[in-house]
Design a protein around this ligand. Structure first.
Ligand SMILES: C[S@@+](CC[C@H](N)C(=O)[O-])C[C@H]1O[C@@H](n2cnc3c(N)ncnc32)[C@H](O)[C@@H]1O
Length: 354
C-alpha cells in the first residue's frame, strides 16, 4: 500500500480542483460559508479572520509563501483554530514546504480529532501515515453534508457519472427481475436507488451523511433510510437478495470489514454489486491526491473470497471524469457462497432511523 505522490503543481492543488468530484475547500469557503459553522472556517477573532481572508487571496493568486506567512500570523492570534492550521498546511504544501505542511496538518488533527477537514488523509498522502489507517468518517460525513445540495447536478451533469447504470446492467445480467429486499450501501441522494426501485419490493438505504439522506428521503424511493457508518455498522435486519455499493468504497481504504458486513446482510446466493476506482499497480490499494482510494483487482478478488463470495462478473469501465481525465473503475457482481460461514465482524455501531 502506498500514497500516490502529493500534489506539487498549481494544477494539482486542491484549490484548482473545482471540477473534482471531491468538493474543494475553496468551494467550502466561497459558496457555503453560511453553513460552515461546524468546520469553524472563522477563527472567532476578527483580526485573525481578516488576515486569513487575505492569505486566501494571496493563495488564489499563487503567492503561496506569502499566503503561508500571513496565515501563520493569523494563527498567532487564534492558535486553536483547526481549520486555519489545515489551510496553512495546504499553503505550505503548495509552496513546496512539506515539513511545515506536515506540522500544520498534525496540529489541525490534534485540535479536531474528529478530523472533519481530512488532515489525516493529507498526512497519508505526505507519506507520514500508512494509507487506510484511521477512520475517514468525520471527513466523509462533513464532505457529503456540504456536497448534498449540488451532488446530483455535479455528478450526473458535469462529471459523466455512470456507476449506477453500469451496476444495474451488471446486476440484471446475473439476477432475475425482482427482489424482495435490496440494500443500497452509501446510498447518497438515491441515484442508485432510482435504478433499483423498479426491481425490488423493499429498498433500504444506509449512509453516513444526514444531508445526503435528506435528499434521498425527498425522492420517496426507499422503504427505510438510516444514518450509519459502514465501517462500524452491524446488521440485524432480514436477509437481502441484493446489496449494492455504488462509488462508496473509494472513501474506505481497507475493505475487509465492509465486505463481511455485506455478506452478513445477504441470504445464501444473494448478490453483492459494487464499484471501486481501479488501481493497476502491485499495491492492494492506494490513496490518490483526490483523497479517494483506488483498489487493485487482485486485492478485491481476495477480499471477496475471504468474505464468502464468488465473483460472477468483473469489468473495467469508465466510471466518471475527474478534472480532465476519465477515471477507470471496476464493476463487480459477486454471489454469496451458500454455506459459507456467516462472517460478521463484532463491531459496535448504530444509527438513527430517518
Ligand atoms: C460518491 S457518493 C455515491 C452515492 C450513491 N451511491 C450514488 O451512486 O449516487 C458516496 C456516498 O457514500 C457515503 N459514504 C462514504 N463513506 C461512508 C461510510 N463510512 N459510511 C456510510 N456512508 C458512507 C457518502 O456519505 C456518500 O453519500
Amino acid at each position: 500500500m502506498r500514497s500516490e505522490s502529493p500534489p506539487r503543481s498549481h494544477d494539482d492543488i486542491p484549490l484548482a480542483q473545482l471540477a473534482s468530484h471531491d468538493i474543494s475547500l475553496l468551494t467550502f469557503l466561497l459558496t457555503t460559508c453560511a453553513r460552515m459553522k461546524p468546520l469553524q472556517t472563522s477563527s472567532g477573532e476578527l483580526l485573525a479572520d481578516r488576515r486569513a481572508d487575505f492569505a486566501e487571496f494571496l493563495f488564489a493568486s499563487q503567492d503561496y509563501g506569502e499566503a503561508a506567512e500571513l496565515m501563520m500570523s493569523a494563527l498567532e492570534l487564534a492558535p486553536n483554530w483547526s481549520f486555519g492550521w489545515f489551510r496553512l498546511g495546504e499553503f505550505h504544501e503548495a509552496a513546496g514546504a512539506m515539513d511545515p505542511a506536515v506540522e500544520a496538518w498534525r496540529m489541525a488533527l490534534k485540535l479536531d480529532p474528529a478530523d472533519r477537514v481530512g488532515a489525516a488523509l493529507k498526512l497519508q498522502l505526505a507519506g507520514q501515515e500508512q494509507p487506510g489507517m484511521g477512520s475517514t468518517s468525520g471527513f466523509v460525513e462533513t464532505l457529503f453534508d456540504q456536497y448534498a445540495s449540488s451532488f446530483d447536478k455535479a455528478l450526473v451533469g458535469k462529471l459523466d457519472y455512470r456507476v449506477p447504470e453500469l451496476l444495474l446492467d451488471a446486476i440484471r445480467a446475473q439476477a432475475g427481475d425482482t427482489s424482495e429486499l435490496a440494500i443500497d450501501l452509501g446510498c447518497g441522494t438515491g441515484l442508485m436507488g432510482e435504478r433499483l426501485r423498479p426491481f425490488t419490493r423493499n429498498l433500504e438505504g444506509y449512509d453516513i451523511s444526514t444531508e445526503m439522506l435528506r435528499k434521498a428521503a425527498a425522492k420517496k424511493l426507499y422503504d427505510r433510510l438510516q444514518k450509519t457508518d459502514l465501517q462500524t455498522m452491524v446488521y440485524s435486519g432480514l436477509p437481502a437478495d441484493l446489496v449494492v455499493a455504488a462509488d462508496v468504497f473509494i472513501y474506505l481504504g481497507a475493505l475487509a470489514s465492509v465486505m463481511h458486513l455485506a455478506r452478513s446482510m445477504l441470504r445464501p446466493s444473494g448478490l453483492f454489486a459494487f464499484s471501486v476506482e481501479r488501481h493497476g499497480g502491485d499495491e492492494e490499494f492506494v490513496l490518490r491526491s483526490s483523497r479517494r482510494y483506488a483498489h487493485s483487482e487482485r486485492h478485491v478478488r481476495t477480499l471477496l473470497e475471504d468474505a464468502g463470495f464468488a465473483v460472477l462478473s468483473l469489468t473495467v469501465e469508465a466510471i466518471r471524469r475527474d478534472r480532465d481525465q476519465t477515471l477507470e473503475g471496476l464493476i463487480i457482481v459477486a454471489r454469496a457462497t451458500p454455506g459459507a460461514a456467516e462472517a460478521n465482524l463484532p463491531l459496535p455501531g448504530a444509527g438513527v432511523l430517518l
